[in-house]
Design a protein around this ligand. Sequence first.
Ligand code: FE2
Length: 496
Amino acid sequence: MKLSTSNSYKQNKLRSFDQNEWASSYCNVEKELDSTRLSKIKGTIPKDLSGCFYRNGPGRLERNGQWVHHPFDGDGMIASFNFDGGDVYLRNRFIRTKEWEEEEKAGKFLYRGVFGTQKSGGIAANIFDTRLKNIANTNVIKLGDDLLALWEAAGPYSLDPETLETKGLSNLNGVLKNGEAFSAHPRFDPGHNGKEVMVNFGVSTGPRSTIRLMEFETSGNQSGSLISERKDTFSGFAFLHDFAITTNWAIFLQNNISFNPIPFLFGQKGAAQCLSSKPGSAGKFLLIPRNSGIYAGIPPKVIDAPDGFVFHHLNASENHNKIKLESIYYKDFPSIGPSEDFRNINFEKLPEGILKSCEIDLFNNKIVSKTLSDQCCEFAMVNPSKEGIKARFAWMATAAKKYGNGPLQSIKKIDLINGEEISWTAAPHGFVGEPLMIPSSENKLEDFGWIIVLIWNGSIRKTELIILNAQNMAEQAVIELPIAIPHGLHGSWVQK
Ligand code: FE2
């Protein structure tokens, strides 16, 4: 592996990290800024970077001295970074969900969290309280005139894209029923079937699970409206966080896990803590024909998947009767037990994410899987113009060390054809979030553009926005933020 280091981080040869520095990111976001020009910059902001980087993640982790059990239970807060002519302006807002407003007023947690946060008062206060708190904290995307804060178990919250003010819970102009789930992982088809569309899904789970697959306009005066949908029901409980698309297919991996709701109902565990690996059977690929593709209307295909648990996919592509799907596999479902403190997790004892590709033969239902890299990784993406077709390059967050689990501290570019890798690292004091690849507006080569990523700099206890050259991973700029933002989740880029 070649290691490309940066000006400010080039002396950092260590591969270890300080757990306290990593955990120090977990704090409440104390301020909401109006558009604020960021001036503490090392390097320069590229003038051709023109658009807005939106990022979502948990921003409220403690109330009245009580901490969430898992950071994923923290209330969503959106940060927007507007790039304009070599300057960048930050704004941030919590999403005013109904439950956030109630808890702000009460000054304490009034709802249980899916990942194990309980109301104070022990089991008696939590038993049979199955209400879900829409924390709107997982992703943020622009659709039509709205910015949508997404959380997969409920509908999206609509925000003003400029001011980030919350408009309210959205049913997408009547598309979603009351309480219907809408995934936090939409995929943007850059136009393989004639026009750009957004593809997304919602899943209702139980002994049988139903996937509603939806395609939306993303351009013109109908932008945001539903183009088509279909519903398919599969046997078994389906925990589906992400999916992938090709020109003709939507591809899901139904993980091999079961859900025992009893500890949740009896107030002992959060719903996600009731998921566990199911021994003795394989996960399944669920392949649903897209309505805009050549197989529209035919039934889905169900094919055995390799062992392992998957949250996120990198990309998918198809070649005649074969589909190639690249995903990040864990040996088991990683969770934090009821008696553990998330700030003290032992990375060595948790399974690491490994990037693998799986070729699915649709004629004979056979699969062939291959490891693409042994290094622990998460949050992978390709150039957005390659979404759903064969891509040569991918970018992702990785651990600093080559083998074994560890916090995400580096950003890696992989050449998927020859396996060559180049990394930029923030180790030992920096911890990276999801990198976004923003293609150059001037040069259409696949790896021309920029990588933007928020990092937590544990040595100064501050959040920084990093810009890298996507081709050679050289550091372009380090921009210090006036607010501290906890390790976050997903985001998106809206080009001006
Ligand atoms: Fe995700």
